[in-house]
Design a binder for this molecule. Structure first.
Ligand SMILES: [Zn+2]
Ligand SMILES: [Zn+2]
Length: 328
């Protein structure tokens, strides 16, 4: 994801453009321009999206425009590989798509539709077999949200709806030995909750500490905070601002294509979530054919020093975008 963590870019040496045309490589949560639920949320152009993923010498993998893109244009949509509500939204949003629930019950998880319930059936069956109280308590008290995504992936793998290497294509964070040591406990709690349940050993063989670390390293720098903006999509298209009023984050999610965008403190593209976890990638200004599309990984309104600190701590790189070069 970041522009400086490219140590493993040899791994991407196969033509990445192919990815855009081979949804079979992805799980059934692959990005799409056609499968969103509501008609008004549909992009106005037909697929494929006007972008390609390329490797460059300076930034590694990046997303580039294949034609002129107009300000406000919806470039593509993306469905998550993986998503999970935050603890404080657990009972107020759909457990699958994170849509705000009209009739939320305070004590249990719910779904916004039969379709979401059906999609979640596989991992929910596995989840429901286990007692998660120790795992949840640990995550809540430590303020951890990423282990929830790892747990969901583990349950998806056990139920057969995802493969254990689903996230391997994403760039991993570089983890310090201290960070890895801290993961020991959450991994142990995840593993014991599942082994104490009715999950057979055969289905658990993928669930090693190394698998956990590999997945978490990818989630750490590729997860998006999902802030639903609500309102109508047309209003949003009219908005030229990269900071749209949101109601606060309801959860986090991992995507394939949106993770290929590099960072810029003055981005030409941003990602918005209207009513659920399905992402919409939108142009913030006119973009020329061949130009790289970049999103801002952090709050773009903060000053130079704060941005450099956040990017270095959170994503492991120093930003050299035009705005940073001008010390703005
Ligand atoms: Zn839903
Ligand atoms: Zn910058």
């Amino acid at each position: 994801m970041s522009s400086a963590l490219r140590s493993q870019k040899q791994r991407w040496s196969s033509p990445l453009k192919q990815l855009l045309h081979k949804p079979s490589l992805l799980t059934h949560f692959h990005f799409s321009t056609t499968t969103n639920a509501t008609p008004e949320s549909q992009p106005t152009h037909s697929s494929p999206p006007p972008i390609q993923v390329l490797l460059t010498e300076s930034t590694g993998r990046g997303v580039f425009a294949t034609r002129k893109i107009g300000s406000g244009e919806l470039i593509h949509t993306a469905q998550p590989l993986l998503s999970h509500p935050y603890f404080n939204s657990l009972h107020t949003v759909c457990y699958f798509c994170l849509k705000k629930l009209a009739n939320a019950e305070n004590s249990r998880i719910s779904f916004c539709s039969d379709s979401c319930r059906k999609h979640a059936m596989g991992f929910c069956e596995v989840e429901n077999q286990a007692d998660w109280s120790a795992f949840d308590t640990h995550c809540r008290t430590q303020g951890l949200k990423y282990p929830l995504l790892v747990r969901r992936l583990a349950c998806m793998v056990i139920s057969g709806i995802a493969s254990s290497n689903s996230l391997d294509i994403l760039q991993p964070a570089i983890l310090s030995p201290q960070m890895i040591a801290l993961m020991e406990e959450e991994f142990g709690l995840l593993r014991s909750a599942l082994s104490d349940a009715d999950v057979t050993g055969e289905k658990m063989t993928f669930l090693t500490k190394q698998w956990y670390i590999n997945v978490l390293a990818r989630i750490r720098i590729n997860s998006f905070r999902i802030e639903l903006v609500g309102g109508s999509y047309e209003d949003l298209l009219l908005s030229a601002s990269s900071s749209v009023n949101a109601e606060g984050a309801v959860g986090s999610a991992i995507y394939m294509l949106p993770s290929f965008y590099n960072h810029d403190c003055d981005p030409n593209v941003h990602i918005v979530w209207i009513e659920n976890v399905n992402a919409r990638v939108k142009a913030l200004r006119d973009i020329e054919a061949g130009e790289e599309l970049r999103i801002c990984y952090i709050d773009a309104s903060i000053d130079y020093e704060a941005r450099q600190n956040l990017l270095s701590q959170g994503f492991g790189f120093q930003c050299h975008c035009l705005r940073c070069l001008s010390n703005d």
